[in-house]
Design a protein. Structure first.
Length: 131
């Protein structure tokens, strides 16, 4: 039984490490998307292109960051609920619902990154710079 419990603890620890790494990745790509969008907007503005095209890609990337924040807050909330249950010697709370799972929010955030890239590319499609 101890061997099984050790394996469970090992898998839980690894799962949390992967979730943390995933969130760091998502924060990096969304922040990078915002940075690239602003850099390109600035460069194109120097050629007379109105930078207004950058609003929607930045909004989508920022939305992805908000979703990562939700994932982090839910993870903290779950841990606090588990801590409180352990203090009271109660069973661990049930977090089996789809929206309680971190990967749900991580998938939504990754989807928003893809949408942000698509919106950005669609926004600059057809822009011509005179030499």
């Amino acid at each position: 039984c101890k061997l099984v419990m050790d394996k469970v603890a090992e898998h839980e620890k690894r799962s949390q490490e992967i979730a943390d790494t995933t969130r760091r990745f998502l924060v990096a790509v969304h922040t990078g998307g915002i940075g690239v969008t602003f850099a390109l907007s600035s460069a194109l503005a120097g050629h007379g292109i109105n930078p207004g095209w950058a609003v929607w890609p930045v909004v989508v990337f920022a939305g992805g960051l908000v979703i990562v924040g939700v994932s982090l807050m839910l993870a903290k909330h779950r841990e606090l609920k588990r801590r409180d249950a352990a203090k009271k010697s109660k069973n661990e709370p049930d977090f089996s619902g789809f929206f309680w799972r971190s990967y749900t929010w991580d998938i939504i955030s990754l989807f928003l990154f893809v949408v942000g890239v698509a919106v950005g590319l669609a926004s600059i499609h057809g822009i011509n710079i005179d030499p």
